[in-house]
Write a protein that binds this ligand. Structure first.
Ligand code: NAP
Length: 278
C-alpha cells in the first residue's frame, strides 16, 4: 500500500450492527484529526478467508474481530501473538506491510488497564482472585490475572467441566470451586470478577450471595449493560471498590488503534460519554 492511501480499519462479525467499536474508533479518529475510516462489516464465516485476502488490497491496515470469527482467524493468520495463542482467539488483526497477517488478543490487556484506571491501588499480587464464569471471556481474564501476578485463582462456573478444562490449560494456580459453593470463597479475595453474562439486560439475575465479600476487594463486572449491575451494587454495599465493564471495552481497543493509525489513544471520560450516549 502506498503511504498516500487513506488508512482503513473496521470490525468484522455476524451480526455486527450492535458493535460499539465504530463509535469509539470514530471518536478517536476525529479527536486526533486522522484522515482514516473505521467501518462495521457483516461477514459470514464462509467468506472469511477471501475477505482477509482482499481487504489489505483495498487499503485496510487492520481489523477488530468479533463473534463468530475470533477463533477461526487464528488459523488464517501468519503470525499469532503469545497472548492470542494462549487464549485461543484473536480480537485484533494487523495487515502488516510485508503482507503477513498478524493476530493479537487485547481483551486481557483491556481488563487489566480498566482495573488500573478504575482502582489505582489495585494489585493482583495482593491476594487470591475469584472468577465467576468459564466461557470465552474468562480465558482472557485468567491469563491476564496470572500474568499480573495473582497468587491463586478460584474459578467457579455453572457447568463445572468448562472450569476444569480451563484449569487443565492454565495449571495449578487455578482452583475450581463448585458453583453452589462460590459464595464461600470470597472472604479473603483481593480481586473478584464476573465474566458470566448474568445480570446483563435481558439475561437472568446473578444470584450467588455476595455478603461474604472482603471489603478490601476490587470487584469488576464484564457486563456493562447496565453500567452498574446488581453484582456491582452488592459489592459496593459490602464496601468494595467497584469497576464497571465499559472500560475494558474501551481499553482493549487502544492497541489496535495505535498499530493501525500511529497514535496511542487516550481512554477518558469524553470517550466513555460518547460511547454511552451512542
Ligand atoms: P460465553 O463464552 O457464552 O460464556 C458465558 C458464561 O456465562 C459461561 O460461564 C456460562 O456458564 C455463564 N452463564 C450463562 N448463563 C448462565 C446462567 N443462567 N447461570 C450461570 N451461569 C451462566 O460468553 P463470553 O464471551 O465469555 O462473555 C461473557 C460475558 O462477558 C458477556 O456478558 C459479554 O458481553 C461480556 N464481555 C464483556 C467484555 C467487555 O469488554 N466488557 C468483553 C468480553 C465479554 P456455562 O458454562 O455454565 O454455560
Amino acid at each position: 500500500m502506498s503511504d498516500s492511501r487513506i488508512p482503513l480499519a473496521g470490525v468484522i462479525g455476524a451480526p455486527i450492527a450492535h458493535s460499539k467499536s465504530p463509535i469509539l474508533h470514530g471518536h478517536w479518529l476525529k479527536r486526533y484529526n486522522i484522515a482514516g475510516h473505521y467501518v462495521p462489516m457483516h461477514i459470514e464465516q464462509a467468506d472469511l478467508g477471501h475477505v482477509l485476502e482482499t481487504l489489505p488490497k483495498m487499503g485496510f491496515v487492520g481489523l477488530n474481530v468479533t463473534l463468530p470469527h475470533k477463533e477461526q482467524v487464528l488459523a488464517l493468520a501468519d503470525v499469532v501473538s503469545d497472548r492470542a495463542s494462549i487464549i485461543g482467539a484473536a480480537n485484533t488483526l494487523i495487515f502488516q506491510k510485508d503482507g503477513r497477517l498478524h493476530a493479537d488478543n487485547t481483551d486481557g490487556y483491556g481488563f487489566i488497564e480498566n482495573l488500573r484506571q478504575g482502582a489505582p491501588n489495585w494489585d493482583a499480587k495482593s491476594g487470591p482472585a475469584v472468577v465467576f464464569g468459564a466461557g470465552g471471556a474468562a480465558r482472557a481474564i485468567i491469563s491476564a490475572l496470572l500474568d499480573a501476578g495473582a497468587p491463586e485463582i478460584r474459578l467457579t462456573n455453572r457447568t463445572r467441566a468448562r472450569a476444569d478444562a480451563l484449569r487443565a490449560d492454565f495449571g495449578a494456580k487455578v482452583q475450581v470451586v463448585d458453583w453452589v459453593q462460590s459464595g464461600n470463597i470470597l472472604g479473603d479475595a483481593a480481586t473478584v470478577v464476573n465474566t458470566t453474562s448474568l445480570g446483563m439486560v435481558g439475561k437472568p439475575e446473578f444470584r450467588v450471595p455476595l455478603d461474604g465479600l472482603n471489603p478490601n476487594a476490587v470487584v469488576n463486572d464484564l457486563v456493562y449493560t447496565p453500567l452498574k449491575t446488581p453484582f456491582l451494587l452488592a459489592a459496593e454495599a459490602a464496601g468494595c471498590t467497584v469497576v464497571d465493564g465499559l472500560g475494558m471495552l474501551l481499553h482493549q481497543a487502544a492497541p489496535g488503534f495505535e498499530r493501525w493509525f500511529g497514535v496511542r489513544p487516550e481512554v477518558d471520560e469524553d470517550l466513555r460519554t460518547t460511547v454511552l450516549n451512542a
